[in-house]
Design a binder for this molecule. Structure first.
Ligand code: ADP
Ligand code: MG
Length: 689
């Protein structure tokens, strides 16, 4: 018999080609996949609750015999059917009802024994179970389906729970002895981790809670380990290559810093020190800079750029939007720095582009600020020494990797205002070093955030008007440009027209959105900056980076349409000076999710806290998205609740890679095969010589 990873499920008893196809749909192709098809939950069927014990609102598993089954129409709702079974055990009788599932009556026959799982609810004065899950059990089921902790699976390939259990038990019996443990022996012993065969057996058919816990920990550790291993390999690969030794002390960077109109915060100073240490070393810098919105990441990045330039290299600064690129460009010009700076975006005109390309290639330009346009093939550097990527979460992994390839192993600084807890960051961005700016510039007044229902919109407008009367500026944000009837949303365009001649007619209004041409966007932003516009109606083009300190008020319409991190980013456009600011979220959405987001926004100002809440609400897969490879593959491990396992897995992965960077040792053969089965694309990581 061949190994489980080499055997198609089709060869298991009870599965033919048709069912094999159905299994493939849920990612189960081989016997190994089937063994990794973990239960969705468990039922403790060692001791059943008795009907007499049931209490309202609690969930129970009971074993009972069917007395009678009948179906009736609902009196209250037309076209609604109710199937009712009366069941009994030694302690009493109970009614179970299912709504609109008439097929159920075919499955229930008086005299049969059932295991039922569901919540006890009060109906009138009597308890009943509503829509319980159930299984028929006979004496022959004693071993797999009752009298033990029983696995319950997500439905697959049309198998009932009982056949699923049988199938998996059969596969375990036949293949357990063929299973090779992918985790090396020393890692298992060091971390007191159960072997794979035992773990797979216990995750499906645990003998006890304790046995389940051990199995679960082992399998979660394994997932984390396979997630960390490629990161560790990548980190090592990068460190091995020779990078650039920059001259970190010099006039350019010192003049830049002393020329700023403010003193750097302690956190900014610390981070600049960390960056200097990286840039002066020969290994290439791979650093992630996390800092809340408004914490002053840009000046830190600019200081790094000065270091590269004073060392005779070029620096490239990539940002996700044209507005932001322009803003950075203007700012560095305002600061009268002595370096030659250029701006390159998608809508720069062709002649200008060509000229820039030449100048960049000849090394005439020191600092190039731009959007994705920097990634184009025509952009070639003379000697690219530093890559800065702002708002990294707006780029994909692939895009982030492209820019550094335009130089010979340049230093890389990646910045994000969607911070995550440091311990988590270290592990998720396992191939990067992490710096944190954990304080805001002095004198900032916390933004007051309020949540208004839609019928209080007028009040929100009134508060905004007051702000404008004081000579401050304000934003109103809409999720869409055009009005949407389907989603019942007003759009930025229409509201601009309406507000201009209505609520805000005595003020100067501006409109900005992604469909405006670059020049038009520029004009609006310039006008807003120069206070020729008091109130800016905008879409999420403003989400990242925009820095207009005199804006002190933001109203976010249809706020439930935005994610939590996005709301925080938007809100970060205000509160950027020593003036008091406020943000009003307008939304009447009633879903629990929307409620949780609004509440978090009102309660927390700190981006790290917000990110933690966002992670909790959305879960890691959604939160990090597909941008962060490997996380979405986690099936049972949860980085939020199993931080300790994740940390251990990371340490082990780093240690192993240091000792055997090509996974070439015999003791690591099974591991290597396991890694490549999961992530075939990592072959080249291991092969790099
Ligand atoms: P972010 O971290 O969100 O990118 P920015 O770099 O845009 O933040 O900085 C926000 C604002 O704070 C800018 O106007 C910037 O000039 C200002 N700033 C940065 N550092 C300091 C500081 N140490 N003291 C006062 N203001 C600062
Ligand atoms: Mg920024």
């Amino acid at each position: 018999m061949s190994a489980p990873q080499d055997t198609s499920v089709q060869y298991l008893k009870g599965i033919g080609p048709k069912r094999a196809k159905a299994f493939a749909k849920v990612g189960v192709n081989t016997v190994e996949d089937l063994l990794y098809y973990f239960p969705r939950r468990y039922e403790d069927r060692r001791n059943f609750a008795t009907i007499a014990q049931l209490k309202e609102k609690e969930v129970y598993t009971i074993k009972a015999e069917v007395l009678s089954v009948k179906e009736r129409r609902s009196f209250r709702r037309r076209g609604f059917s109710i199937t009712e079974a009366v069941v009994k055990d030694a302690s009493g009788i109970l009614s179970c009802v299912w709504f609109n599932q008439s097929y159920i009556k075919e499955y229930l026959k008086p005299g049969e024994s059932l295991v039922l799982y569901g919540k006890a609810e009060l109906y009138g004065t009597k308890l009943q179970m509503t829509n319980p899950e159930f299984e028929e059990v006979g004496p022959e089921d004693e071993f797999l389906n009752v009298g033990r902790i029983v696995p319950v699976y997500s439905q697959a390939a049309g198998f009932s729970q009982r056949s699923m259990r049988q199938l998996i038990k059969g596969a375990l019996d036949a293949y357990l002895s063929k299973i090779q443990d992918c985790l090396p022996f020393d890692i298992r012993t060091r971390n007191n981790i159960l072997n794979l065969a035992q773990s797979l057996l216990s995750i499906h058919f645990p003998e006890s809670e304790e046995a389940h816990k051990r199995a679960y920990e082992r399998l979660a550790f394994e997932e984390f380990f396979f997630f960390q291993l490629p990161l560790a390999l990548r980190k090592l690969n990068k460190r091995e290559k020779e990078g650039i030794v920059h001259k970190v002390e010099g006039e350019l960077v010192e003049d830049y810093i002393s020329g700023l109109p403010f003193k750097l915060t302690n956190a900014q100073n610390t981070v600049i020190k960390e960056i200097k240490a990286d840039m002066s070393a020969s290994a290439a810098m791979q650093r992630l800079l996390q800092g809340d919105v408004g914490s002053g990441k840009t000046v830190v990045a600019m200081a790094a750029a000065m270091i590269a330039i004073q060392s005779g290299y070029q620096a490239a600064f990539m940002v996700p939007t044209e507005i932001l690129a322009k803003q950075h460009f203007e700012k560095i010009k305002d600061q009268k720095s002595r370096i030659k700076t250029a701006l390159l975006t998608g809508s720069s005109d062709n002649k200008e582009k060509q000229k820039l390309y030449n100048e960049i290639k000849e090394g005439k330009i020191g600092l190039i600020i731009g959007t994705h346009a920097l990634l184009e093939e025509a952009v070639q550097f003379k000697n690219l020494g530093l890559v800065i990527i702002d708002e990294q979460h707006k780029f994909g992994v692939g895009q982030r990797a492209l820019l550094p390839k335009k130089g010979a192993n340049p230093d890389v600084l990646i910045m994000t205002a969607t911070p995550i807890p440091r311990t988590l960051a270290i592990t998720i961005y396992g191939d990067l070093d992490i710096s944190v700016i954990n304080e805001l510039p002095p004198g900032r007044i916390p933004i007051k955030t309020m949540h208004y229902a839609e019928n209080k919109r007028k009040e929100a407008f009134r508060l905004a008007r007051e702000e404008l009367e004081y000579g401050r500026q304000a934003y109103i944000i809409y999720p869409v440009i055009e009005e949407s009837y389907a989603l019942d949303m007003s759009g930025a365009k229409k509201m601009y027209e309406e507000l201009k001649s209505g609520e805000f007619k005595e003020f100067k209004l501006g409109l900005i959105h992604g469909r405006l041409k670059e020049l038009a966007q520029d004009k609006v932003m310039q006008d807003f900056k120069n206070k020729k516009i008091d109130l800016l109606i905008a879409t999420t083009v403003l989400e990242v980076g925009i820095d207009i300190p005199n804006a002190t008020c933001m109203i976010i319409e249809h706020a439930h349409r935005f994610g939590l991190s996005q709301l925080h980013q938007l809100r970060g456009r205000i509160g950027r000076s020593n003036l008091a600011s406020f943000c009003i979220l307008v939304s009447s959405a009633k879903t629990p999710d929307a409620g949780a987001r609004m509440e978090a926004m009102v309660k927390y100002a700190d981006g790290f806290r917000i990110a933690e809440e966002d992670l909790k609400i959305r879960g890691p897969g959604e939160f990090f998205g597909r941008r962060q490879h490997g996380l979405s593959e986690l099936k049972i491990a949860n980085p939020l609740t199993q931080m300790h396992l994740l940390k251990k897995a990371r340490e082990e992965a780093l240690g192993l890679v240091k000792q055997d960077p090509r996974l070439a040792e015999r003791a690591h053969a099974v591991l290597k095969a396991g890694l490549l089965r999961r992530f075939p694309e990592y072959e080249k990581l291991i092969m790099v010589g």
